[in-house]
Design a binder for this molecule. Structure first.
Ligand code: NAG
Ligand code: NAG
Ligand code: NAG
Ligand code: NAG
Ligand code: NAG
Length: 285
């Protein structure tokens, strides 16, 4: 082999190895559903499968009878493939996964996405025996109850995503404890009832409950802002009072010490009034 050919040979070999190395190391695809994974019957949902820009084929699969079956394929270079289910029903509900093809191999499978269809049974009701406006760190207890029929599963969902499930051995309600809560627990909650034998087929949603997690105990934001402003102004008031005291102290001749005291206690009184005014709304709950 001429030196030049050798170089070329190694270059090709090197490139080949590089391709092979990339090939055996494809990132795990992502899978998600929009607007969410809990979809009312007959409504549409999009399933997004995320790969790399070099992926040229995407495949969506659904779990049925313990094996995954191909639902749909999308051909064409794209970083994310979009699969649309136009009408959700009991057949399109289930456990999905996807994968993509790049160069000569398939990626591994994505995590599973559980798509639920709702509205197949009457709605349960969602209630709380506590407050719906709470402070971070508190626990919130919610009860999902069905009026007539017994179910063995209840699920709590927040903005179309299932957050918690409760197992019951045939019962009319399931209890959920949220917490200790933080600000991200704020939102609209609904609940559903279902049977363990058909895990992706749920009742209609309960009426919604809105949970508010807030740093301050006050629900009224106008009052809250006023309090904040009051608190911010407080040091200024204190400063003014101190200055006033000082000034008065200088004004009053030293010999008339007895007269100085009432003056001072009067301005202190004023301070206390300010304090009480500033603090009263904050301690109410
Ligand atoms: C895949 O490649 C990335 C960098 O491209 C590297 O960080 C990662 O460790 C590799 N994974 C495996 C399993 O080789
Ligand atoms: C399902 O939804 C479509 C609109 O997306 C509507 O035309 C159709 O009537 C609905 N079917 C039923 C049975 O409600
Ligand atoms: C699942 O398998 C059973 C028998 O093994 C069969 O009767 C049934 O039709 C299958 N269901 C689906 C959805 O393929
Ligand atoms: C909230 O519940 C946890 C247990 O889940 C408990 O340890 C904690 O004390 C509870 N907090 C409050 C404020 O009740
Ligand atoms: C709130 O709590 C959840 C679950 O305990 C946690 O995953 C999340 O990171 C927390 N968020 C914030 C903003 O602290």
């Amino acid at each position: 082999m001429a030196p030049r050919d050798t170089t070329l040979f190694y270059l090709v070999l090197c490139l080949g190895q590089k391709i092979e190395a990339q090939d055996g190391n494809l990132s795990i695809p992502t899978i998600s559903a929009t607007p969410g994974s809990v979809i009312p019957w007959n409504e549409s949902v999009k399933i997004l499968c995320g790969g790399t820009p070099e992926s040229y084929l995407y495949q969506l699969e659904i779990l049925g009878n313990s094996t995954y079956k191909v639902v749909e394929k999308k051909l064409g270079f794209q970083k994310t493939a979009e699969f649309v289910i136009k009408h959700m029903d009991t057949n399109t509900a289930g456990r999905y996964q996807c994968r993509y093809r790049k160069q000569y191999s398939w990626s591994v499978h994505s995590e599973a996405l559980e798509l639920v269809v709702t509205g197949l049974y009457d709605k349960p009701s969602l209630s709380t025996n506590g407050y719906l406006v709470v402070m971070p760190g508190e626990n919130v207890s919610l009860r999902c109850s069905s009026a007539h029929i017994s179910f063995n599963r209840f699920s709590l969902s927040k903005e179309r995503r299932a957050v918690l499930s409760q197992h019951q051995n045939g019962g009319r309600w399931g209890d959920f404890i949220l917490g200790p809560v933080n600000l991200s627990f704020s939102g609209i909650y609904t609940c559903y009832s279902w049977y363990s034998g058909s895990p992706y087929v749920w009742s209609a949603p309960s009426d919604a409950l809105q949970l508010v997690v807030t740093d301050t105990t006050n629900q009224d934001y106008t009052t809250e802002n006023l309090i904040r402003m009051g608190m911010a102004g407080l040091p200024l008031v204190v400063l003014l009072v101190i200055l006033a005291e000082n000034w008065l102290g200088r004004q009053v001749p030293h010999k008339e010490d007895q007269q100085e005291l009432p003056e001072l206690s009067c301005s202190r009184q004023k301070t206390q009034t300010e304090w009480t005014f500033g603090l009263t709304p904050r301690v109410t709950r």
